[in-house]
Design a protein around this ligand. Structure first.
Ligand code: CA
Length: 244
């Protein structure tokens, strides 16, 4: 199975730098979205939920620092890692950049391979899902090489779609995904599948994971929003198929 591509949002108003970075990030296997200014960056973050943002400090109108602060204030975006780029090299700027909520700071000029290394380092620290060969959550362990899934040591048998669904959830524990977002992420944007199909596979996944009544349910149905990988105490009633 192909390793899931991490999505990078590049925010940079200089086209030459944008082109160079995009080329190199894509070559390294990242999926790249781009924005030329701060406002556009905020819109794109909402739309694409990137796994990491590479954010230039000097942007027209809204600065990178302001974009960073704005993202950190919002519950939905506050955990997205940000690497700030700057032409400034002063120690004060570096501190201000990190204070505004950036996870790392890179001074221009830098080589694309240095950026790639920093991105991987941030992922290793914050999002091990992209570098590790196994994922775990609440006694569920997914081995991404052998495709073996266990809960509390007991083997769990999943169909290929349930496996991809669980993998996506385990890469983003606690995050609520709408059925549309799950369709895009797990089935792919080009395939036409009815939203109801998601519910069917969620039900199968839930059944496979909760092989014992006493276990906590791990798939939360969030009314009017979607589904999330979260601990739902055993016995707590969950609505079925009501994610719409
Ligand atoms: Ca700039």
């Amino acid at each position: 199975m192909e390793k899931q591509k991490a999505t990078v949002l590049l925010v940079e108003d200089e086209e030459a730098i944008m082109t160079l970075l995009r080329y190199n990030l894509e070559k390294e296997g990242f999926k790249v979205h781009s924005a030329m200014d701060g406002e556009e960056a905020l819109t794109q973050v909402k739309e694409y939920k990137p796994d990491i943002i590479v954010l230039d400090w000097m942007l027209p109108s809204m600065s990178g620092v302001d974009v960073c602060k704005s993202l950190r204030r919002n519950a939905e975006t506050k955990n997205i890692p940000i690497i700030m780029l700057s032409a400034r090299g002063e120690e004060d700027d570096r501190i201000q950049g990190l204070d505004s909520g950036a996870d790392d700071y890179l001074t221009k000029p830098f080589s694309p391979s240095e950026l790639v290394a920093r991105i991987r380092a941030v992922f290793r620290r914050i999002r091990p899902a992209f570098t590790e060969s196994s994922l775990s959550f609440e006694q569920v362990v997914m081995d991404l090489n052998t495709h073996r899934v266990t809960r509390g040591g007991n083997e769990i048998h999943l169909g290929p779609t349930e496996f991809r669904l669980l993998r996506y959830f385990m890469e983003h524990p606690g995050r609520v995904f709408s059925r549309e977002q799950l369709l895009d992420a797990v089935w792919g944007q080009d395939i036409f599948v009815e939203l109801r199909t998601v519910d069917v596979h969620i039900r199968r996944l839930r059944k496979a994971l909760n092989y014992d009544d006493k276990q906590n349910d791990l798939v939360r149905t969030v009314r009017a929003a979607g589904y999330a990988l979260e601990i739902v105490p055993a016995g707590q009633a969950q609505e079925e198929d009501s994610a719409v």
